[in-house]
Design a protein. Structure first.
Length: 80
């Protein structure tokens, strides 16, 4: 595993619970429901794919993109 892949994995370990807590708080779900909400999204699939580089995005931006996906059934990633 190269350094970028290691950073990606470490980043996911911190981002996933943080985003799940945001979902939990803002959508009045339990933590487990929030995880399911996140895991069932395209955003999560893209986040797991290191090549997308969206794991560099802030937690707030990722949460906002997830809400966009759930509302519009699509994600418009910003050009960064």
């Amino acid at each position: 595993m190269n350094e970028v892949e290691k950073l990606h994995k470490i980043s996911l370990r911190t981002k996933i619970p943080t985003i799940a807590r945001m979902i939990e708080k803002n959508n009045h779900l339990s933590f487990n429901q929030a995880l399911i909400y996140l895991y069932s999204s395209q955003l999560f699939n893209d986040l797991e794919d290191e090549k997308t580089k969206i794991w560099h995005f802030s937690n707030v931006l990722l949460y906002d993109l997830l809400m966009q996906e759930k509302l519009n059934n699509k994600i418009d990633y910003p050009d960064v």
